[in-house]
Write a protein that binds this ligand. Structure first.
Ligand code: ADP
Ligand code: MG
Length: 344
């Protein structure tokens, strides 16, 4: 049986009278890396703050490792949080910043410093211990913040957009290191991000949050292959999935005759085939990104625009008339409320 690392039941949170989280139920297995993915303002940071005890839940309970911590102070929850801003003390060296979490727990100074140095070595910042945050690059600061969180040997790690301040190359590299670190340490982790690529790469399971509600929970594969709602379908994947009314202007190959009005069909840019058959379309624009090209096609004269991903070597040119076809097997169907229709 899998043990529970973190469990939220019926958790709500609010700022003054404005509700931000709405009766969330969510369980993270012991040792699992759960990524919470959602756009800015979805309530991701609030969720972490409630778990850490920095903010009170207005309803519901928080359990860590089976223990109800709802009423416990942050210091009693054995949780470490890495803030988006890193929140390092500017006047302290990296070593003192890392040690800080331990000294407030009355650990002897020498032992604390040894633990801090070991944590720093784990995340590759052992050579930076004498520097103050002002003397560190963004990536180095991020490592120190991570070491400060690690040194406490927490039951639960909370990471709030830990890669968002890094430039793209460093973000990709650090993402890989975080994944390896998690595999090595096996600490239950909730990693928050608005970046769908980061979420897909890192997550054991992924929770998509929208306006303080859980939109879908599943493995990255499940989220990708069977998005539960239009929101998830469009939020995960870049460029976003195409969406058209089910009864018009593009009829997928093999589609059933009856396609209810009000339903919508979705298909990813890579599912669109350009050739001699299909719906007539005009190429409005083409973006070339190395091997791939993204063609923006206006369907059927003055219809909607869809995106097609094609090999850049065989891309069409703006103004060119083409035909676009999609196989029914590549189509997702959503009802009028934006929920996935299964068995369609
Ligand atoms: P995310 O981290 O997903 O971007 P947040 O949890 O920071 O979202 O915010 C969720 C919502 O709560 C947003 O609408 C935001 O404006 C609001 N909010 C966040 N912090 C505060 C605050 N201190 N006071 C009032 N509203 C806040
Ligand atoms: Mg946030």
């Amino acid at each position: 049986m899998t043990r529970s690392g973190l469990k939220l039941s019926g958790v709500s949170a609010a700022y003054r009278d404005t509700p931000v989280l709405h009766h969330l139920d969510l369980e993270v297995n012991q040792g699992e890396l759960l990524v919470v993915l959602g756009p800015s303002g979805a309530g991701k940071s609030t969720l972490l703050r409630v778990v850490a005890g920095l903010q009170a839940a207005t309803t519901g309970r928080v359990l860590i490792g089976g223990r109800d911590v709802t009423a416990l102070r942050p210091g009693r929850r054995n949780v470490s949080m890495v803030f988006q801003s890193y929140a390092l003390f500017p006047h302290l060296t990296a070593l003192d910043n890392i040690t800080f979490g331990l000294e407030v727990r009355d650990m002897p100074r020498k032992a604390a410093r040894e633990r801090a140095a070991a944590a720093a070595a784990t995340v590759g910042c052992a050579h930076l211990l004498d520097r103050r945050p002002g003397q560190l690059s963004g990536g180095e600061r991020q490592r120190v913040a991570l070491a400060r969180a690690l040194v406490r040997e927490p039951d639960l790690f909370l990471l709030d957009e830990p890669l968002s301040n890094l430039d793209l190359e460093l973000r990709t590299e650090t993402r890989g290191e975080l994944k390896a670190l998690h595999a090595r340490l096996g600490v239950t982790t909730v990693h928050v991000t608005h970046d769908q690529t980061e979420a897909l790469v890192l997550a054991d399971r992924l929770a998509v949050l929208r306006d303080g509600r859980l939109e879908q929970l599943g493995t990255p594969d499940e989220i990708w292959r069977t998005p539960a709602t239009v929101f998830v379908a469009r939020f995960v994947g870049s460029p976003a999935m195409n969406l058209l009314p089910a009864d018009g202007p593009l009829t997928p190959d093999g589609a059933p005759a009856a396609r209810p009005p009000g339903h919508r069909i979705g298909f990813r840019p890579e599912a669109v085939r350009l050739g001699d058959v299909g719906t007539p379309a005009a190429v409005e624009r083409v973006d070339v990104v190395g091997e791939d090209a993204y063609a923006y096609l206006r369907l059927a004269g003055d219809g909607p625009v869809i995106t097609a991903r094609v090999p850049s070597a065989s891309r069409p040119f703006p103004g060119e008339p083409v035909r676009a076809a999609v196989r029914w097997a590549d189509v997702h169907v959503f009802d009028g409320d934006g929920r996935r229709v299964t068995g369609a």
